[in-house]
Each structure stands twice: as structure tokens, then as C-alpha cells.
Write a protein that binds this ligand. Structure first.
Ligand SMILES: [Zn+2]
Length: 247
């Protein structure tokens, strides 16, 4: 899974190299940096933008074989596509081609990033396009020359979207209960029970534990929900210790 790091260009600089905000986010535009120098990776390009790119150009993300770095929020209308439509309506992704990088891996990461942006912005796969689509420029160059076919790349994006979908479907339907640590008296446990029952609206029980008492909740569906329940107990300072147990 690709990691996405933000190194956002400060607004004062962003205003100099974009048309400002109000990007309609209809397209995802794929580019290659055309920069084969050693070390010309995502971090280097993100720093270039961050430190004030001397060229009149800007783009949202740079991806290499290790990570993606975001330089602009999607709302910015970056200057990358060579046409007003492309710049005003597109989210621009530059894929690194540094000679010390792995091009195939960078494209795999780009596919995962595209899949994520599609999902976040509700952009259909038909609107994932090459820079060439807007201005006729030979970009992304290697891809256009067949190093990875565009059709293959689109399949990679679809697969990445499918995986994301599957991860979403693989939801945790297991049941869990939250147990508190022990209270010295039954009354102390009763006080907590009262809050959980009446303020939180939960099903809760008191259980003896040796000479002490603890609270056991009804079941939560999924570890994340149980964890949220345990956090709620702690935030309300009703218990110092909580344990989550599978049902
Ligand atoms: Zn381009």
C-alpha cells in the first residue's frame, strides 16, 4: 500500500504558481517528470515545489518507487496540463523517472494513488487521462513509448481500486466486549454501571472478580467499535484500565 506524505506548498508561494483554488476535480492527469537525474525522486520534486519552483509550473503529487508526496491540496488549480481545462479541472500526478528509481514500482505506486484519489473525489476511471489528452504533449513519455502500456496502467488502477473495495468489504463482524479493571467496592462499580447504562445507553453487567468488581459491556460488532467504546470509558474517566475480549 502506498504511503502518501504531505509537504504542502505555503499559500503565498502557491498563489504564484497556480490559478488559485476552485479546481473542479473532474480529471486525474498522469505525467512523468522527464527528469532522469540520480536522486530526482518524489522528495526532491516536492522540495523543489516547496522551496519555490523557478519554473511556472505546479502539480499536486509526485510519486516514485517509495512513496507519494502531496504538494497541493486538490482545490488548487495547478499549472501542469498545458490547457485551461486540464489545469482547472484536473488533479496532476507526476511519476518520477529518475535513473536510480524503479519505474515499474513507481507506476504501481502511481496506480494506487490514482485509485485513492478516484475514490476520495468520486472521479470515474474514464476521467483518468494522460497529460497528452489536454495538450498533445508527449507526456507521460515512457508510458506513451510503451514501457508500460496505458491500458496496462488502467488495469493496475482498476486492480488497486478493487483491492481497496475488498479491504472495505473485509469488515470485522466479530463481537467484542469491553471489560474494565476492577473497582474496590460494588457501589463504585454500580456508579460506573449507572453512567454507562443511562448516559451512554449501553447494555452493561457487573461481574465479581475475587473480592472486587468489574464492569462487562454487551457486545460491540468489530474491533474498531469496541476500541471506540473502550476509549469512551477512559475519556469519561470511568476506568483506568480496559480490556477488549472476543465473544
Ligand atoms: Zn506532463
Amino acid at each position: 500500500m502506498i504511503t502518501i506524505r504531505k509537504k504542502l506548498v505555503p499559500d503565498i508561494q502557491a498563489n504564484k504558481v497556480t490559478y488559485g483554488k476552485a479546481n473542479t476535480r473532474k480529471f486525474i492527469v498522469v505525467h512523468e517528470t522527464d527528469n532522469t537525474r540520480l536522486g530526482a525522486d518524489a522528495d526532491a520534486h516536492a522540495r523543489l515545489q516547496y522551496n519555490g519552483n523557478s519554473r511556472s509550473a505546479s502539480w499536486h503529487y509526485t510519486v516514485d518507487d517509495k512513496e507519494a508526496v502531496q504538494s497541493f491540496e486538490h482545490a488548487w488549480r495547478c499549472w501542469a496540463a498545458g490547457s485551461n481545462t486540464g489545469n482547472n479541472e484536473g488533479i496532476q500526478i507526476e511519476v518520477c523517472v529518475n535513473s536510480d528509481g524503479n519505474y515499474q514500482k513507481a507506476m504501481q505506486n502511481a496506480a494506487e494513488l490514482v485509485a485513492k484519489v478516484m475514490k476520495d473525489e468520486n472521479i470515474p476511471i474514464q476521467n483518468v487521462v494522460q497529460h497528452n489528452h489536454f495538450s498533445g504533449k508527449n507526456c507521460p513519455r515512457n508510458m506513451r513509448e510503451g514501457k508500460i502500456l496505458w491500458s496496462k496502467f488502467i488495469t493496475m488502477v482498476k486492480n488497486a481500486s478493487g483491492n481497496a473495495q475488498q479491504q472495505k468489504l473485509a469488515i470485522d463482524n466479530n463481537k467484542y466486549r469491553v471489560l474494565t479493571g476492577t473497582y474496590g467496592t460494588r457501589q463504585a462499580a454500580e456508579n460506573v454501571l449507572d453512567v454507562l447504562k443511562h448516559r451512554f445507553g449501553w447494555v452493561v453487567y457487573i461481574e465479581p472478580d475475587g473480592a472486587k468488581w468489574r464492569i462487562k459491556t454487551g457486545t460491540f460488532t468489530g474491533m474498531a467499535v469496541a476500541q471506540a467504546g473502550a476509549n469512551k470509558i477512559k475519556t469519561a474517566k470511568l476506568a483506568k484500565v480496559t480490556n477488549i475480549v472476543a465473544e
